[in-house]
Design a protein around this ligand. Structure first.
Ligand code: AMP
Ligand code: MG
Length: 498
């Protein structure tokens, strides 16, 4: 049963996307669920959005978060988009199980989408049930909030509720709804949706909308569409470099999962690497390793090329001219990625100055970590400590199978540091502020999800969220959260559970 907006309950929604032409979305309300129960509310985020956490946690608020009640002011819609999934083009995807309730203007004046995920079938569901299971909802909650705390652009979780209904996957699982907050939910695939239909008017309307909403400084450009393409390329080069610098693997970098805002979006079979290996893949659906850790930069370029193609008709009337402009923008991506990547690595290694030999030193460390089963996160946290206290070199070398080889690299690093100014304690502090001690390690995430789903025990989830909110602080009371998995704890595959 669908719900009508309830004007007695008013949230300060704005609906700029719903003002776009009707073919951009389908209007429909969420499907009601049997027995909504609040699992977690992100109170800080609620306040940031100008919403009252006490109200959202009240029975009425929970009804809204479950989709049982549509607040007055909301014009719920499912957004239309297309996308390349694992390289194959699907001309019509769209929000199959997500409903945009509307937008709010946050405390900083930024427009943010509020969306329910798992809120019932939509005209874009294809064969899906429109539902989400509790495990994947909590995974998205954990990873999104961890990314936020790491300072990486991301959508965020405002709330998770259980529905009191089962969803059928390989077995019956508790159903849940995630409330997701994003700068917007416009994707590369949104542009593709109009491009494949040769709907130039739609493309133009979308381009104008995106510029006004996300990149108003581009409005006066000589060629706004070309400027937009370049800006999205900048944002994605920066974003993917940030992923690489913390060992993050998105898992499903389809073009419908690449946000135009430059936020990380759609956490499915997502994972952080423990032992460093560029070929790492966790996703059970990624048979060929298309979205392996080390492939992410190249896939980023592939996706952006799809965006460039979609934008061609709005870049220039003359096809050849448009291709030339788009190609030039795409060609800039590798250099932009490399620049962001190496700048990030300099921060990770405690180099304030730039030297020509730095990329080679970074490459040598990566090869060494890969050859010696070194834990990625612990290596850099160890180096941070070692920058302030040479005695901590021992901790770093102990992470490598071949400790002599590690000594060789450490000697080069120390030699490089002799050409840096500044106090070792300051260097160590700066490195600790960029090299996290705490990441959402797969075994910890799995443990938290299992406890919640199988035993209704939310304590491990709550504790993990708390620890991950301060990833750069030493938290001596929870040493077990810094550790890689023991052999029996290793998670080999993650599932999107859709
Ligand atoms: P994802 O892999 O989560 O990015 O989803 C890809 C597409 O499938 C999106 O259009 C989703 O909305 C849709 N989808 C995923 N799971 C479901 C589901 N359970 N019911 C309906 N649509 C779904
Ligand atoms: Mg998606």
């Amino acid at each position: 049963m669908s719900v009508e907006p309830d004007v007695a309950v008013f949230l300060p929604f704005e609906n700029s996307y719903a003002r776009l032409p009707e073919r951009f979305y389908a209007r429909l309300a969420p499907t009601q669920v049997r027995a909504p129960r609040l699992v977690r509310l992100n109170e800080d985020l609620a306040r940031e959005l100008g919403l009252d956490p006490a109200y959202l946690a009240s029975p009425e608020g929970v009804e809204i978060l479950a989709g049982n009640r549509v607040a007055g002011g909301s014009e719920p819609i499912a957004m239309a988009y297309a996308g390349h999934q694992f390289g194959g083009f699907v001309p019509q995807l769209g929000d199959g199980r997500a409903i945009l309730l509307g937008e709010v203007i946050d405390r900083t004046g930024q427009r943010r989408d509020i969306q329910l995920k798992g809120s019932g079938p939509t005209p874009f569901s294809r064969r899906g049930d429109g539902r989400a299971a509790l495990g994947p909802v909590l995974r998205e909650y954990i990873i999104g909030e961890a990314m936020y705390a790491l300072g990486i652009p991301t959508t965020r979780a405002l709330a998770a509720v259980t529905t009191g209904e089962d969803v059928m996957r390989e077995k019956a699982l508790p159903g849940a709804v995630l409330t997701r907050v994003a700068a917007s939910h416009i994707r590369v695939g949104t542009f593709q949706f109009f491009a494949v239909r040769r709907d130039e008017e739609g493309l133009r309307a979308l381009t104008d909308y995106v510029i006004e909403r996300h990149y108003p400084d581009l409005a006066g450009s000589e060629n706004p569409a070309a400027a937009l393409l370049m800006r999205v390329i900048d944002k994605q080069a920066e974003l993917i470099a940030r992923w690489m610098l913390v060992g993050f693997i998105h898992g499903v970098m389809n073009t419908d999962n690449m946000a135009i805002s430059g936020e990380t979006i759609d956490y499915g079979p997502v994972a952080f690497m423990d032992t460093f290996d560029p070929a790492t893949v966790y996703s059970s659906i990624d048979e060929h390793g298309r979205y392996a850790y080390g492939n992410q930069p190249v896939i980023g370029q592939w996706n952006l090329t799809r965006l460039a193609e979609a934008l061609l008709p709005v870049i220039a009337e003359d096809r050849e001219k448009a291709v030339e402009i788009a190609q030039e923008a795409i060609n800039a991506y590798p250099g932009k990625f490399e620049a962001a990547f190496i700048a990030g690595y300099r921060r990770k290694l405690g180099f304030f100055a730039a030297e020509d030999g730095d990329p080679a030193l970074v490459k040598e460390l990566m090869d060494l970590m890969a050859a010696n089963n070194a834990d990625f996160t612990l290596t850099f946290r160890g180096l941070s400590e070692a920058a302030g206290d040479p005695a901590a070199d021992a901790k770093v070398r102990a992470l490598f199978d071949d400790r002599t080889a590690a000594d060789g690299w450490l000697a080069k690093w120390r030699e490089r540091l002799t050409r840096e100014d500044g106090d070792p304690a300051d260097r160590a502090a700066a490195m600790k502020a960029t090299n996290p001690a705490f990441i959402p390690r797969n075994h910890l995430v799995e443990e938290a999800l299992n406890a919640a789903v199988n035993n209704g025990d939310l304590a491990p989830f709550e504790k993990l969220i708390g620890v991950l909110a301060r990833p750069f602080d030493d938290q001596p009371d929870v040493p077990e959260y810094t550790l890689p998995p023991r052999p029996e704890q290793v998670v080999r595959a993650t599932f999107c559970g859709t």
